[in-house]
Design a protein around this ligand. Structure first.
Ligand SMILES: Cc1cc2nc3c(=O)[nH]c(=O)nc-3n(C[C@H](O)[C@H](O)[C@H](O)COP(=O)(O)OP(=O)(O)OC[C@H]3O[C@@H](n4cnc5c(N)ncnc54)[C@H](O)[C@@H]3O)c2cc1C
Length: 392
């Protein structure tokens, strides 16, 4: 367990060791326990006023965890993006909103809560189909139905639920996961993939929610801004998760090339072709990481609205670009590294096997590549695309 005086780096090293141990034993329960015992889940408290530092610390954590288990890193990333967007939600001059935000952040950090989120989406005949219904019942709300995706489902203490209140509109609720009667943690959504993300279906059996769980009601403009802000953090941090997978694969390729001899008895690392291949892969990896850093810098400069609207637009463009480029690049790097290591990637719990199977989920999660491509394509055809990003 962590000692209270441990530095960020010591805690991160401890977390890395706990993860490797858990993966080797196929039991991540001690890893999650260790994570909770550190300051790492609650960085959004002390770093609330330093969004740039908060961003890079969160990236460091998910990148390190992602270099061994992209799935576990994605679960942590889900907790981080919700907490970070609450912590850094831009000032709007509305004191009630600021108080609500501070109370929520104080509750999460003070009570050392892990946070899950869901947009209530299920897989149906229509994209984005909602699986929940919420009906007003006196001062309370009655929640029924199911949601397909909740990462960190068994560990989380709080669920941030996006849902539609019947005849009113979209709202956000903050629901205690473990103490609310009628919440059932269902089966894994992907029974044989991304298991360490603990992504499960959650079923709501006539759950009665008190008015205190309503974070943002349909009348409030804040809900739209908060969801957009969540998406900014999510896109940017999730790229760091999967670039973590790329860095793990590069480690494995490097180890293989240094430790394995060719038929002439020399290490494969000395072959000129291998030197060039590794150089190309590192260049792709560094370029993608630079886009993530650029996006994080811009996101963390959005401090108050409406003053920072132009920065917000830039932050969206960069967050989408970094998610798209970062996850595609990560997948390509892992594939190329696997070709270097060869079939031993799939022998006896090799790290490359997990990285190979999980890195592909980057491109499949929000916002899906198809949506980003269309958005950028429309801007290009309308003539509204930024054709000179160098302009200050
Ligand atoms: C491991 C994992 C964990 C997750 N955890 C959570 C969580 O904790 N909470 C949560 O709320 N969500 C979670 N999600 C869900 C995530 O946020 C997305 O909703 C989900 O990944 C979208 O994938 P889908 O296949 O359901 O997309 P769908 O929206 O069903 O899209 C399927 C396909 O339709 C096409 N398509 C979709 N949209 C467009 C478009 N606009 N234009 C053109 N084509 C389009 C694309 O080809 C796309 O691949 C998780 C996802 C994954 C993979």
């Amino acid at each position: 367990m962590v000692k209270t005086m441990d530095t960020f780096e010591q805690q991160l090293d401890g977390l890395g060791a706990a993860l490797e141990d858990g993966l080797a034993k196929d039991d991540l329960a001690p890893f999650w326990k260790f994570f909770r015992s550190t300051d790492l889940p609650f960085l959004c408290g002390p770093l609330q006023s330093k969004p740039r530092e908060l961003f890079s610390r969160c990236c460091e954590v998910v990148h390190r965890v992602g270099s061994h288990s992209p799935a576990a890193a994605f679960a942590i990333e889900n907790h981080y993006f919700v907490c970070a967007s609450i912590a850094t939600y831009p000032a709007t001059g509305n004191p009630l909103l600021e108080q609500a935000r501070d109370a929520m952040l104080g509750g999460i950090v003070g009570n050392r809560m892990l946070v899950a989120n869901t947009a209530s989406v299920t897989h149906g005949k229509k994209l984005g189909q909602l699986g929940t219904t919420v009906v007003k019942d006196g001062a309370k709300y009655r929640l029924n139905g199911r949601t397909a995706f909740v990462s960190l489902a068994s560990e989380a203490d709080l669920l941030i639920l996006g849902a539609l209140i019947e005849n009113e509109g979209p709202a956000l609720f903050a629901i205690p996961m473990k103490m609310t009667p009628g919440i059932e943690i269902g089966p894994f959504l992907f029974p044989s993939a991304m298991l360490d993300s603990d992504t499960r279906q959650v079923i709501f059996n006539d759950v009665l929610l008190g008015p205190e769980t309503l974070v943002s009601n349909p009348a409030s403009q804040a809900i739209q801004t908060l969801r957009e802000f969540e998406l900014l953090w999510h896109q940017t941090l999730s790229a760091a998760v999967y670039l973590g997978a790329a860095s793990g694969a590069l480690d494995e390729a490097q180890r293989f090339l240094r430790e394995t001899q060719g038929v002439d008895g020399r290490p494969l690392a000395e072959l000129d072709g291998m030197v060039t291949d590794m150089g190309r892969l590192y260049l792709d990896y560094y370029a993608a990481c630079s886009v993530v850093i650029d996006a994080g810098n811009t996101v963390s400069q959005v401090r108050s609205l409406p003053e920072d609207e132009p920065r917000l637009a830039d932050a969206f463009r960069l967050a989408r670009t970094c998610k798209y480029v970062g996850t595609r690049s990560a997948e390509a790097v892992v594939t190329a590294a696997r070709r270097i290591v060869g079939t031993r990637s799939f022998t006896g719990g090799h790290r490359m096997e997990r990285l190979s199977k999980e890195v592909m989920f980057g491109a499949l999660s929000l916002e899906v590549g198809a949506a980003v491509e269309r958005r950028f394509g429309r801007d290009a055809l309308d003539g509204t695309a930024n054709t000179c990003p160098f302009a200050s």
